[in-house]
Ligand binder design. Structure first.
Ligand SMILES: [Zn+2]
Length: 321
């Protein structure tokens, strides 16, 4: 039986917050906070009748209670499995039956192996390949956390009011980013293709691409309909329009980088001469965000040296050589 009475008051509001099994008092989730949240799992936000948002402990987790069980989207960094199981237990007696990983990174798939083996793990086929290439998934225990089922372009789980659509629109943060759409709740989990407001980490060693990112986001914007709210990879829940703004911002940065690069300017110069519209004032793009990787040298001074101080423009320049 669900502990629905206390929760019922928040249905439909979308901002309701309940305490989870930590017994913490009700606290308001900082809805406007668009910074990464690696703090402990301390609060659960009920977004719809059967959909919950669980920040902290790595990437944002969604918990979806359906007819026959519970779907968990993203399992945070390692050692959060029991915490997520406890949160689910505080919501419903139904068993956890599926996990979807938005991509392979350890802050989104890190606790996969801590769930019962009967739980079906689902991810994009490239995300599974990326996981299989990661040491944490190569041990005997780690292999349990590899996806059991993959998809290429689109997959629909469940039916009717429970339908959940998984979409792949191309390279972005990695080459295996899944957009998860909870149809009836009109909510989409975008993972780290939309992690926060500003420049993002592009994992080139896993096929990510700053050049492809705006088009991939456009794929989501043009093809996903009837969604009002977007769960970001690491920040708060955002209105759909903020995803559009995010795509537009990345288009602006890419066009500026390409023009500056063609003019023979450095990434640092591109950063200094980038003046986006005022509405982006609070967004961040000055930090170098690309994952350091020997296989994917960053910026105009590739070759093992520290990334240049070109912020997100250094990330883009890494692909413009
Ligand atoms: Zn990631």
């Amino acid at each position: 039986m669900r502990r629905a009475l206390v929760l019922a008051a928040t249905i439909g509001v979308g901002l309701g917050v309940i305490a989870c099994t930590t017994g913490l008092p009700l606290t308001e989730l900082p809805q406007n906070s668009m910074v990464p949240n690696f703090g402990p799992v301390a609060q659960v936000d009920r977004m719809a009748e059967n959909l919950y948002f669980v920040p902290g402990g790595g990437g944002n987790t969604a918990i979806f209670v359906h007819d026959t069980g519970v779907l968990v989207v993203d399992t945070k960094v390692a050692r959060n499995g029991q915490t997520i199981i406890d949160v689910v237990r505080s919501i419903t007696d139904k068993p956890i039956t599926e996990i979807v990983n938005t991509h392979h990174h350890p802050d989104h798939a890190g606790s996969n192996a801590e769930f019962p083996a009967a739980v079906e793990i689902i991810a994009h086929e490239n995300a599974r390949t990326n996981m299989a290439n990661t040491p944490a998934f190569q041990t005997e225990e780690g292999r349990v956390g590899l996806p059991d089922r993959t998809f290429r372009d689109r997959m629909t789980l469940f039916s009717g009011r429970d339908a959940v659509d998984l979409y792949y629109f191309g390279r972005a943060h990695t080459n295996g980013d899944t957009f998860v759409v909870f149809r009836n709740a009109r909510v989409m989990h975008a993972g780290d293709a939309f992690p926060m407001l500003g420049g993002i980490l592009i994992d080139r060693s896993a096929g990510g691409s700053a050049l492809a990112l705006p088009d991939t986001l456009t794929g989501a914007i043009d093809n996903v309909h009837n969604v009002d709210r977007v769960i970001t990879g690491h920040a708060s829940v955002a209105p759909w329009q903020t995803l559009v703004d995010f795509r537009d911002f990345h288009r602006l940065m890419l066009a500026h980088a390409q023009a500056e690069h063609a003019a023979g300017h450095t990434a640092e110069q591109a950063l200094a001469s980038f003046h986006p519209p005022e509405k982006y004032n609070s967004w961040r793009w000055g930090q170098p965000n690309s994952a350091p990787s020997a296989a994917a040298p960053i910026g105009p001074t590739a070759g093992g040296r520290a990334p240049p101080a070109g912020g997100y423009f250094a990330t883009i320049y890494g692909e413009l050589q």
